[in-house]
Design a binder for this molecule. Structure first.
Ligand code: C2E
Ligand code: CA
Ligand code: CA
Ligand code: CA
Length: 274
């Protein structure tokens, strides 16, 4: 840090330093979060807009640390990604989710599905597809019970992406594109990749009832998805108005606070599996 210069300048650097120090401390805590059992998974239902039925849930990671309290995924996931810890954490999430799916399968809930967020670091690991295969075999899962949420930022290399997705699709797992509409990739990939589901980013849904442009974009995404044989899940559904608009354009599923916040597994079991 430069010693001279205006106070503001120094302050700026001190602040930067504090931030990076906090992140470094967080990282060292995150490194031990699995063994200290500080991680858990919450589940958010994905609701069939026509029938109100629920058979799928998104797994969302939670971190509760004695020093920092509950840390938002928006804060700790980037730290996990930068440090490479996301690989170990991502494995842990997949394992937990597969254990849960196995339990449901054994209990006769054969069409229950869980969607898992896959970071681009995980997706780009050479052994990613075979790791998924191992989980399916290890727990003897119906592959359709597992959904992988991939973002457009993972799809930087068309040929690699295509071959990984094809391998996953051959196994029978479900593939969805997360945060659709926020990436920079061209739409041409949609006709090449074996994608089952498009998740419309919540930024297009939030004000859909009062913003004609948001509504036009959401409708266009839904039509596009349908004409390519894909299903659509709208994220960030917070109001009845959202549901009505989405139903009118045949959006298959909705996910958001209107239906339920992400909740611990006990709540899910109590509500849907008893
Ligand atoms: P995401 O995958 O887009 O997940 C949806 C986020 O929107 C979640 O935030 C969820 O709690 C929130 N949400 C759901 N319904 C509503 C709603 O109606 N309104 C609003 N405003 N928000 C809603 P969360 O749990 O804080 O997760 C943030 C992000 O962290 C996720 O965004 C995902 O990118 C990442 N993340 C979470 N768990 C994992 C994980 O296991 N692995 C990886 N790689 N990333 C994860
Ligand atoms: Ca997601
Ligand atoms: Ca999303
Ligand atoms: Ca996101």
């Amino acid at each position: 840090v430069k010693e001279r210069g205006r106070a503001g300048y120094r302050f700026y650097h001190k602040k930067m330093l504090d931030t990076s120090r906090t992140e470094a401390v967080m990282e060292s805590h995150l490194r031990r979060a699995i063994e200290k059992k500080e991680l858990s998974i919450h589940y958010q239902p994905q609701v069939d807009l026509d029938t109100g039925n629920i058979n799928s849930f998104e797994a969302l990671l939670r971190w509760n640390n004695p020093k920092f309290g509950f840390v938002a995924p928006g804060v700790f996931i980037p730290i996990a990604e930068d440090s490479g810890l996301i690989l170990e954490i991502g494995d842990w999430v997949l394992d937990q989710v597969c254990i849960q799916l196995k339990e449901w399968q054994n209990g006769g809930f054969l069409d229950a599905r869980i969607a898992v967020n896959i970071s681009s670091k995980q997706f780009k690991q050479e052994a990613f597809a075979s790791a998924i295969k191992k989980y399916i075999y290890k727990y003897e899962l119906n592959p359709q019970a597992l959904e992988l949420e991939i973002t457009e930022s993972s799809m930087t290399n068309i040929h690699e992406t295509l071959s990984i997705l094809k391998e996953l699709k051959q196994m029978g797992v479900i593939i969805s594109i997360d945060d659709f509409g926020t990436g920079y990739s061209s739409l041409s990939y949609l006709r090449r990749y074996p994608i089952d589901i498009i998740k419309i980013d919540q930024s297009f849904i939030k004000e859909i009832e009062q913003d004609e442009k948001d509504e036009a974009i959401a409708k266009t995404i839904i039509h596009l998805a349908h004409s390519l044989g894909m299903e659509v899940i709208a994220e960030g559904v917070e109001k009845k108005d959202h549901v009505e608009i989405l139903k009118a354009v045949n959006c298959e599923k909705g996910q958001g606070y209107y239906f339920s916040r992400p909740v611990p597994i006990e709540n899910i079991i109590e509500m849907y599996f008893c």
